[in-house]
Design a protein around this ligand. Structure first.
Ligand SMILES: C[S@@+](CC[C@H](N)C(=O)[O-])C[C@H]1O[C@@H](n2cnc3c(N)ncnc32)[C@H](O)[C@@H]1O
Length: 239
């Protein structure tokens, strides 16, 4: 996908926001690491025509990436892939099912995602794809979709996270950059990222909560060392 082309046309999707009326009662800007500085750094380098995000939740990282693209005057889009059904911890961690705002037993987080995107004014750039990550990766591969930036932030369990990294790597353009969330803070994610990086023989450029794996073996980043900020470790199983 190049600058200015429309992923909705490529995939035959309609405009999810057409006719949508903002429901302000659904606005809730919960997110995790959603404005990490790596987003801006990576987008400035990759100049994406297409960003794929797997794991969108209420849209905060997708919204941030769209805002960064706008501020850099890039005409890219964010293909935002999620089931909007939550993750393993929304069942196995006591009390977390309610975060999905279920109506008659079915999660309604997508309503919050829509409201947040429209409130931010990025409905022109964010294209939701309500689908499980594995099926979406297969379909996008068949349809020869390539993205310059891919952000993986779905399951935080080791095996599913590794599966996601393997499934989305072929969708990354040759000069593209993969970002993985919760590296360093979630041991299961860190292990999956390192296992995957070793499999594809690439280095991991990391900061707390975010890892970068460039597709090209010739691309690397210099990390700047900062004064230690007060760091409060999020309790495991909170995302
Ligand atoms: C940690 S949240 C994403 C947070 C978001 N990137 C942010 O910064 O605010 C994880 C999301 O992954 C989604 N998810 C988990 N497993 C998935 C799967 N197999 N396919 C698609 N989405 C999945 C969940 O529904 C949830 O919305």
């Amino acid at each position: 996908m190049t600058q200015g082309s429309d992923i909705r046309e490529v995939l035959g999707l309609g405009d999810a926001f057409a006719g949508y009326e903002l429901d302000a009662t659904r606005i809730d800007q919960q997110g995790w690491n959603s404005t990490h500085e790596f987003f801006r750094n990576v987008i400035a380098v990759a100049k994406p025509g297409l960003i794929i995000e797997l794991g969108v939740w209420k849209g905060m990282s997708a919204i941030h990436m769209a805002g960064v693209m706008k501020s850099l005057k890039l005409q890219g889009q964010v293909l935002a892939i999620d089931t909007w059904l939550g993750s393993s911890n929304h069942l196995s961690t006591a009390g977390r099912r309610a975060e999905l705002s279920p109506r008659h037993g079915y999660p309604t987080v997508y309503e919050t995602f829509l409201a947040n995107v429209v409130k931010a004014g990025h409905q022109d750039m964010i294209v939701p794809l309500a689908m499980d990550g594995a099926s979406a990766a297969i379909a996008l591969g068949r349809m020869k979709v390539k993205a310059q930036v891919i952000h993986i932030d779905a399951s935080h369990e080791y095996a599913p996270c590794l599966t996601d990294l393997r499934a989305y790597w072929p969708l990354l353009a040759d000069d593209g950059i993969l970002l993985a969330d919760d590296y360093g803070t979630w041991p299961s994610v860190s292990r999956a990222v390192c296992t995957f990086a070793a499999e594809v023989d690439r280095p991991v450029f990391a900061s707390m909560t975010k890892a970068i794996i460039p597709k090209s073996p010739n691309m690397g980043f210099t990390m700047t060392f900062k004064e230690p900020a007060r760091y409060k470790r999020t309790a495991l199983n909170q995302t």
